[in-house]
Design a protein around this ligand. Sequence first.
Ligand SMILES: Cc1ncc(C[n+]2csc(CCOP(=O)(O)OP(=O)(O)O)c2C)c(N)n1
Ligand SMILES: [Mg+2]
Length: 325
Amino acid sequence: MGTVTPDVEIRLFKSVLRLRRAEESLAALYSEQEMRTPTHFGVGQEAVASGVCEALLPDDVVYSHHRCHNHYLAKGGSVAGLAAELYGRETGCANGRGGSVHLTAVDKGFVVSSAILGQTIAVATGSALAFQMDRSSRVAVTFFGEATCEEGVFYESMNYAALRKLPVLFVCENNLYSTESPLSTRQPTGTELCERARAFKVTAEKVDGNDTIAVFEAATRAVESIRAGNGPVFLECMTYRWREHVGPGFDHELGRTYRTKAELDKWIEHCPVKLAGERLQSRGIASEAQIARWTEEVESEIRVAVLTAKQAPWPEAQNLFDNIY
Ligand SMILES: Cc1ncc(C[n+]2csc(CCOP(=O)(O)OP(=O)(O)O)c2C)c(N)n1
Ligand SMILES: [Mg+2]
């Protein structure tokens, strides 16, 4: 773990490609009105999930928030489980009970996602406490948006994690917006979230969240430091959500004016999948034909997943109350 070998680069590229194709395919099908769950797509933000998860071991655990598809898939969740969950079927990863914001793949170390901002930050911190008490070397990771740094639970968790030197990695996906509110309306000018983390004596690093390699390297440093017993790390990954806050559309096509098409275009230029693919080709690690083959493999996995999901049974009434506490 840790070195950027050609194998790592290939895995990172295949991961962002899989995340992108899965979400784009699901977004395209959304208008059929067969998926009835509100869905927060993470298109444009894939490199954060792929880069961090590549730095983890299989028994490290990941928690996520409402924009969770990328994290679930990058930690090893299946496209079939995701698609069936969005279609509300018994074969979904949460048996059709959770919808888009409540994904789980415990056997892969993706514990759960929740739409209540900040909730899983506290739960991940609790997992980290359990790992420490068990003298295990496992790490807990929690992904959240930059608006969640405006929630009290973020500071309580960070303080406790720092105090107890807990093995937790806080990953902030800074996509500049909370629903339709830009940072400038929510945080004082010049705010640096890393400085807030450092105020708690937490090691903090800011990276280009669209650069798979940069994220992977920063996450690797973070995880090594955490496993060495140095306590939590805060990683701020700068990125951008391409689609509307919730739903498959594009803001400019829907007449929304809280951000501009020009801003989106700038970020599309800095696309994580494009960057990772170009890097593979320029370094002679993979050809265009190889990339086309990988794309076809991913497309085929998604086609099967969607077809199977659409034919899968609805949840059974008799086990409706299972797993409810
Ligand atoms: C405690 C809480 N407050 C408000 C909301 C409503 N809400 C859902 S998503 C969201 C925006 C979150 O923004 P951010 O954390 O930056 O994540 P992003 O959507 O940008 O990925 C808000 C305010 C909520 N789900 N939970
Ligand atoms: Mg945000």
